[in-house]
Design a protein around this ligand. Sequence first.
Ligand SMILES: Cc1cc2nc3c(=O)[nH]c(=O)nc-3n(C[C@H](O)[C@H](O)[C@H](O)COP(=O)(O)OP(=O)(O)OC[C@H]3O[C@@H](n4cnc5c(N)ncnc54)[C@H](O)[C@@H]3O)c2cc1C
Length: 614
Amino acid sequence: MAEINTAVYDVIVVGAGGAGLRAAIEAHAAGAKTAVICKSLLGKAHTVMAEGGIAAALGNVWKEDNWKIHFRDTMRGGKLLGNWRMAQLHAQEAPDRVLELEEWGALFDRTKDGLILQRDFGGHRYARLAHVGDRTGLEMIRTLQDHAVAQGIDVFMECTVRHLLTDGGRVAGAIGYWRQSGALVLFRAKAVVLATGGVGKAWKVTSNSWEYTGDGMAMALEAGADLIDMEMTQFHPTGMIWPPSVRGLLVTEGVRGDGGTLRNASGERFMFKYIPAFFRGDTADNEAEADRWYEDKRNNRRTPDLLPRDEVARAINTEVKAGRGTEHGGVFLDIATRRPADYIKRRLPSMYHQFKELADVDITKEQMEIGPTLHYIMGGIRVDPDTAAATVPGLYAAGEVAAGMHGANRLGGNSLSDLLVFGRRAGQAAAEYAKGATAGRIDDAQADAFAKRLTEPFERQGDENPYAIHEELQNAMQDLVGIIRRREELEEALAHLERLRARVARVHVTGTRRYNPGWHLALDLENLIGISEVVARSALMRTESRGGHTREDFPKADPEWGMKNVVSRRRDGRLVLSTEPIPQPPADLRELIGEDKPQEKVATGEPAIIGGKE
Ligand SMILES: Cc1cc2nc3c(=O)[nH]c(=O)nc-3n(C[C@H](O)[C@H](O)[C@H](O)COP(=O)(O)OP(=O)(O)OC[C@H]3O[C@@H](n4cnc5c(N)ncnc54)[C@H](O)[C@@H]3O)c2cc1C
């Protein structure tokens, strides 16, 4: 312990994406001594990669839009599994959060009248996404970062937090390491906000980058917090598929929002075949009507190319499996037919350059070849809707690491608004909690044990290579816990994960602790495998198909399951899964959601211990 540098704060925020920065700004403004810690450079987070926009019912393009319709779209898009209170707060507060960003210096694209321009995205009734071309995340992170730094908030970058420290069941701080020097660092804090993003790097084909290894979820689980609905993973329908080196890279939904259409290898607009009953009243069912929609959106029906992401990803998967896919196993996305070159270059400059430079495809003249890519996880840390508090005192979570807001499927644009709304709420509540709390005691034995685990890969015997294990994990998750799931395959995945876990225990890292990526990956693998197990076990437990979770052996949505969260927690060193009833919306909000609303019946479930001892 003596050799570990210690920093002391009221509130530490782990993660410097949109959620983390917004939380830190709010905690600092509330008077808490606050630090932000991030494992990459400040500014390099998923948020900066966001392309299409921030969903908020500003009503700038369609006066008819309001929070109630946004709430309805979010609940229906999430297949009614979302937490109604989170969806309500999100829809009500998103416009103010966008305007606040503008006040802090964000420059959005404008309407002719000088208002913030809004674009169409899947599942949204009205054009609702405030955007900056297809580089919205860059503007958002620039604005938040400038604001946070100007307020004097301390930033620890290239610093990975690895374990939460607890004192009698509440959070007392965290321990991690500097990526460059390898030195360990201990944070003493009254409250911790986790804003570490998702776990995309567990899959082979993903839009996510190297940082997304499920750290926040793994730390929360280890500290005793609940995770919910971890089976709900989002495969974005449009990722690049060729050349292989860029497979998975995102092709923004903005391409379809701005006029792009999907076609199979025979040129068929196949999405008309896949309109689910749930959305039939909202969706154009023939090409002429869909074309009218693009040109005059007042006809009040959407094109099936812009159905929610889970529907479109499954449809593409079906077309490819039926032999109607392209040469490299995808389908075509075409915007050149409908839009002129100068429009495409102005509205989608990053997409134009991405395809030109990486695939030698000119999207103003040629079709793009695309296929589904693992993009987002709807499941995550269970939080209180109003305060973003996790189920462990002193612990808060916001952004992609948290769950509830998006139910079984997230609508495009609803993540950036989620970060702002719940990042702010988390920062506010964490500061409030810190004000009334004394600092927790740092348990030296616990800190020593974590410090030992951090350096263990250098001490171990064995010849396993962390990179080889990571590749096998990604293949297993891609093949066995992918878009379409089956009991046998999920069980095979779990057996595979057990074998990989045993092999991680034989990873021996050579060299020093000074910038040693092999060591970092050896530590990340424990989180990746641990969270992959929770995903696979949750997927095995939910015996229905809903949103991002499709079971070939249970192809229909089951109304009973539509009333339940799958809850995962650690108790006595074991992973325990159970189901718990989802809070039901009050009558007025149920009315807004409309038909197919959840039934009154409340589901119950016996906890089942299904994890092995650690
Ligand atoms: C290519 C792409 C385009 C997208 N486009 C859109 C869009 O247009 N609209 C939309 O709504 N959503 C979009 N999304 C989704 C959205 O960007 C993400 O869901 C969102 O940015 C997540 O934000 P966050 O603040 O939760 O985490 P991130 O922005 O992912 O930030 C996580 C932070 O945590 C840090 N971190 C992680 N682990 C640790 C650790 N152990 N210790 C210390 N720090 C750690 C990281 O370094 C980083 O700073 C897109 C996603 C991608 C990948």
